[in-house]
Design a protein around this ligand. Structure first.
Ligand code: NI
Length: 196
């Protein structure tokens, strides 16, 4: 089932999400719905707060990035078929010199901006079977994981922009929260007036 994606301005996107336990109700259905919702919106990642749930789950599938011809063959094959569920994730370490990448977000349609992040991330998480992993990722994999991880910490990529950029985007962000935007997928807007 495709779920509506929570738009910028909804308080659920600002909460620090909480851990879940193995017996979280209907977890398998939730994960299936999140995958379906993400693919329907052509996303490479989706976090539970984006479907209205302040819990520590996010999904990543970087396959669409693997088609980028500017990448080396090694980079392409690393991204192709990288599909993972991250439950109760905690970033342990981020290292290296920050680099810029043009990010977007399904909760903030039509806005893309260069965001600075460190290139390497070590993260501890559980998979969908609650098996614990600690792994280090770099490049675009790290980038997508860092963006989604921010969602479960209540952080959006627009928070990381310069104050000038933020000021320039303010009007467009307000329009998004009011639903004054054309978007191809189903969304839930926090400030949409009833009967519109
Ligand atoms: Ni996002």
């Amino acid at each position: 089932m495709i779920l509506p994606i929570t738009a910028y301005g909804d308080p659920v996107l600002r909460k620090k999400a909480t851990n879940i336990t193995k017996d979280y109700p209907n977890l398998e259905t939730l994960l299936n719905n999140m995958w379906e919702t993400m693919y329907n919106a052509s996303g490479v990642g989706l976090a539970a707060p984006q479907v209205g749930l302040p819990i520590r789950i996010f999904l990543v599938d970087t396959t669409p990035f693997s088609k980028d011809e500017d990448l080396t063959e090694d980079e392409q094959s690393q991204l192709d078929g990288f599909k993972k569920v991250f439950i109760n994730a905690e970033i342990l370490e981020e290292t290296g010199e920050e680099w810029a990448f043009n990010e977007g977000c399904l909760s903030i349609p039509d806005i893309r901006e260069d965001v600075q992040r460190k290139p390497k991330v070590t993260i501890k998480y559980m998979d969908e079977n609650f098996k614990e992993h600690t792994e280090t990722f770099d490049g675009l994999l790290a980038r997508v994981i860092q963006h989604e991880y921010d969602h479960i910490e209540g952080i959006l990529f627009t928070d990381k922009l310069s104050s000038l950029k933020k000021r320039l985007l303010k009007g467009r962000l307000e329009k998004i929260s009011k639903g004054k935007i054309n978007v191809e997928y189903k969304m839930k807007f926090p400030q949409m007036k009833k009967g519109r």
